[in-house]
Design a protein. Structure first.
Length: 65
């Protein structure tokens, strides 16, 4: 599994595991399909922020292959 710190690795329609804002302390992962990429920079140390198809927003921890 690739990590989610590089924007070019992430595109709409791929399956990812994200950490939601309220789950950052516990590290609980949420799985889903990317709808929108919200981070504009090429990389981010905590993961690229995305919106899933169900509307949840979080930072990508893993790209599921």
């Amino acid at each position: 599994m690739a990590d989610g710190r590089t924007r070019k690795d992430i595109r709409p329609g791929i399956a990812v595991s994200i950490v939601l804002k309220q789950d950052q302390r516990t590290g609980k992962l949420t799985h889903g399909i990317v709808k929108d990429i919200l981070t504009n920079s090429a990389t981010h140390p905590h993961g690229i922020k995305v919106r899933l198809t169900d509307g949840q927003v979080g930072r990508v921890q893993y790209i599921e292959e």
